[in-house]
Each structure stands twice: as C-alpha cells, then as structure tokens.
Design a protein around this ligand. Sequence first.
Ligand code: PAF
Length: 327
Amino acid sequence: SGSDATEQQSENTNDDATKPTFESRTIALGHATSDSENSHYHQGALKFKELVEEATDGQVTIEIHPNGVLGGEREMIEAVQLGTVDMVFTSTGPVGNFASKSNAFDFPFLFRDREHAYKVLDGEIGEEVNQQLESAGLKVLVWAENGFRNITNSTHPIKTPDDLKGVKIRTMENKIHLDSFRQFGADPTPMAFTELFTALQQGVVDAQENPLSVIIPNKFYEVQDYLTLTGHFYSPAPLIINKDLFDSFSPELQDVITKAAEEMRDFEREFIYQQEQEYLKIAEENGMEIIQADEYDFEAFFEAAQPVYEKYADEYGDILDRIIATE
Ligand code: PAF
C-alpha cells in the first residue's frame, strides 16, 4: 500500500535527511503513435519515465500506453479531463475543442521556423493558452513538438494547390486545418489517427499530412508514394496531465514531474531534429518520391491560406498578430 511504501522509503533514506520521500503510485500516460525506436513521442515518453522513476527511487512509475490503445487523441484528452487516464502526449489537433485558444497555434504557415515556435510556446503566449486549458481541467506540463507537417499522397505528386483539387485528404479533427485544406482546394475529411492507416490502405482517403516523425515510424511509405515537404502547419505537442491529480501531488512530486517534463521537451525536440536526415533516407529507400521544400509552389499555397486568417480575424487576429511579431 501507499503508506507502507512511504515508511520503507524513509527507512532507506535515513542517512540522507534532505532527500524527499514519495508515496508509491503509478501514472498512466497514453499516446497515439508507434512505440518504435525512431518514434518521437515514444522516445520522449520513455525519457520522462526514466527521469521520474530515477528522481523518486522508483516509488512513482510511469506506465506508457502507445499505439492508441487508450483511444485516439480526442478520446484520450477527454479521458484525462475526466480523470480516467492520467496523462496524454498529443498533437494540438483536437485540443482546440477543449480550449479554443490552442487553435491559434494551428494556422497555416504561421511559424517561420522551430525557434520561432519555441519562443511562442515556452513564453507568455504559451502560458496564456495553458491557463485556458487549466480551467478545462487539463494541465499542460510542457509544449514539446510533433514537427512541421508535410503532405503525402498515393496517386500523384503534389506541387501546387491545383494538384490537390478533389484529393481526399485526412486531416486531424481541427476546424482550422479543415478550412485550410478546403482553401488549398482539397476534399478534407477529419478522422482519428488510429483509423488512418487502414483508411489509406483501403482508399477511403488518398492523402494525409503529418510530420516526418510520424510518417516514417508509422510506415506510411507502405501506402503512400509521394511526399511533399510543404511544412504547411507547425504541430506542437503538449504533454497534458489531469489538473486535479497534479494538484493532489506533494510539492516535491510536482517539482519532479515538472522538471522531468522540461527535460523531456528539450530531449524530444532535439531527437526530431537529429532524426530528420535519417527519416528522409528511410522514405527514399522505401520508394517514396520526395518533392523538396524548394520544389513546390510555396507562394500559391501561402496565398491560398490567407482567407483562413480573414475568416477568423475577430476571434484570433490579436493572438496571431502577437505570434507573428514574436522574434
Ligand atoms: O495526425 C495526427 O493525428 C497526429 O499528428 C498524431 C500522428 C496522432 C501525432 O500527434
């Protein structure tokens, strides 16, 4: 039981009076992607687990549930809100349905590069979005990343918005993403990631968009022949914990969890960066035709995206201006 573990722990650390003790507990953490060696979420989750377990002498264990076994991202966020799952490592895809401000991060061609994204997410604007999520019972520990999203397709290379005409593309369950792909000329369908591979395989959709860190570890090259490095959305990845659960922790455990999450974030961002060339190599080796970032019509996509900013100017204009002005 918890109190036995606490007693045992204090006996063990008698010679080190300053070392805090921790009640034994298990924390469940879900994510929707692969548990492979090159999966960013999984390697990030393993790092978080290692750090928490080390700092608590194994009293607190993190139980990782990969591959969407606990459901798609929307379902897992709901479960964290209800407290039936403790933590989720997710994209922002469905997050805006729980706290609308998070949608501000989902606009097309918004972030100039990853440093720009880190400044915004780790700064005041990230904090402002965190506060809204907290009032929905969801505490964001850190904003890690998913990366810049790219388009894959099974029938022909995508270089211009015209090439997307009528293409059935799966997007996340996110209204900004849906509007963006409508503006690009495609025929977007929102769908949970857990259904995507089969939908591509069976031709329910012809295309999808995700960062390389998802496309490669989840083997989309088996069902997609073309990859365009559009980088059309930056995709942040909040690590979220049930707020009441976090508030119930001792200050020492809160500190361990917060520090481990911050270290995980830095590790995970670096992991994606380091894997990039390797991901591209694997895509090529598996027969994908890659349309490089300077080989697609960026100007035409950028232009096509502008009505999305106009449509949401009242709701998001201010925060978008502040994001764009962040140096
Ligand atoms: O495409 C999605 O739904 C997300 O990018 C994914 C792959 C679940 C990672 O957050």
